[in-house]
Design a protein around this ligand. Structure first.
Ligand SMILES: *Cc1c(COP(=O)(O)O)cnc(C)c1O
Length: 386
């Protein structure tokens, strides 16, 4: 008689594969981060001290810009960059209809009118042909600035948008919150516009242990104005030259970010390796559209976004196999309650953004996934629908 051990008959559940894992990121750099935190704690300098200064220098150099100003978060970075560029009430600011509403909140807070452009379905960023059509039409809005969003780590078509900006005389402020290290040609995201806004939210490619953000620019006057706006409008201590805000990057977060920055290229390379496996091993899966890398530009794979006509069923199937795939973002801006009555839309509509929101699904691509995790995701996707 053979006896089966009750322990052996219990099948162990496979671990949950998460779309992002900020704790794994902390564990990967735990000792160095702990040392950085100790250093700040001992220093007695907690606000706008040597860590913020050093991080600003290091991030400016990394982003290929002359200046960097640390601020409290990515939304503030966009708002302060727009304000410092002189954008405000009465201006029209155009961005992509599929962005996260943080972009919209920043435009709204400067008092500008929000205009939305449709996207290129190949890379989920502003469609230059669609925007050109609108700007040339009889009812074109008088756009003062555009905010291209380098969504999912894929840069927007910056050479074409820059040409359009010159032709129509508008400014560009880049939303780089998902594009740390992405580039078009040999220029990084953030180097193309008059300013670039970064977020260091914990799940971003460069993430803090809390909130953080930065504005990068090559314009010394714009940098000085953001520096003033982030601290009560002071230009010298205690003397405000214009109404300002409190939007400072903490010393603690700056110290953590310096540790993480040293690993950013390596972590982006790991994301790219995972993406390469997905693209090779998921090619040919029926009804599944894989993300394309645009020639001449380098994505940093903040997300790996596939499209499927039955997105909800695929997402459920993956979840049953303990693979959590996210939907970033489920509704375009012009369909959300806060904004649907208050945004300018092109006469041709925003059909590509709407379709993308219905079909997209983000497969886990963070740098702390193991090769076996990636194999499990591949297997789970391939087993969908037979
Ligand atoms: C995260 C994000 C923001 C906002 O950053 P916060 O730091 O959360 O304020 C803005 N735009 C995009 C595209 C983002 O992904």
């Amino acid at each position: 008689m053979s006896e089966v051990s009750p322990h052996k008959s219990v099948t162990e559940e496979p671990s949950l594969i998460l779309p992002a894992d900020p704790r794994a990121s902390w564990l990967a750099h735990g000792e160095a981060i702990a040392a950085a935190i100790d250093r700040v704690r001992e220093s007695g300098r907690y606000i706008l001290g040597p860590e913020v200064e050093a991080f600003e220098r290091e991030w400016a150099a990394y982003a290929g810009c002359g200046f960097c100003v640390g601020v409290a978060n990515g939304t503030d970075a966009l708002e302060l960059a727009l304000r410092a560029a002189g954008v405000g009430a009465g201006d029209v600011v155009l961005t992509a209809a599929n962005t996260v509403t943080a972009t919209i909140a920043a435009i709204d807070r400067v008092g500008a009118t929000i205009a939305l452009g449709d996207i290129d379905p190949a890379n989920f960023t502003l469609s230059v042909p669609a925007l050109t059509d609108w700007l040339q039409s009889a009812d074109a809005p008088a756009v003062r600035a555009i905010v291209p969003v380098h969504l999912y780590g894929q840069p927007a078509d910056m050479p074409a948008l820059s040409a359009l900006a010159r032709e129509h005389g508008f400014l560009i402020v880049e939303d780089c919150a998902q594009a740390h290290g992405a580039q078009v040609g040999n220029r990084k995201a953030g180097e193309w516009g008059i300013a670039g806004a970064f977020s260091f939210y914990p799940t971003k490619n460069l993430g803090a242990l809390g909130d953080g953000g930065a504005v990068v620019t090559n314009d010394p006057d714009l940098a000085a104005r953001v520096r003033s706006l982030r601290q009560y409008g002071w230009r010298e201590r205690y003397v405000a030259f214009e109404p300002g805000f409190n939007s400072r990057l903490d010393e603690l977060q700056a110290a953590v970010l310096r540790v993480k920055l040293a690993a950013l290229d390596e972590e982006n390379a790991r994301r790219a390796a995972i993406a390469a496996r997905y693209r090779a091993e998921l090619s040919g899966v029926e009804n599944l559209t894989l993300p394309q890398e645009v020639a001449g530009s380098e994505t940093v794979w903040h997300q790996f976004v596939v499209r499927h006509p039955d997105r909800a069923a695929l997402q459920r199937h993956l979840e049953q196999q303990r693979v959590i795939a996210g939907v970033l973002y489920p509704e375009p801006v012009h369909e959300q309650p806060a904004y649907r009555e208050r945004v300018l839309k092109p006469p041709a509509g925003l059909g590509e953004a709407e379709r993308a929101c219905r079909e997209l699904l983000c497969l886990p691509v963070h740098p702390h996934l193991g090769d076996d995790d990636v194999s499990r995701v591949v297997g789970a996707v391939r087993s969908f629908g037979g």
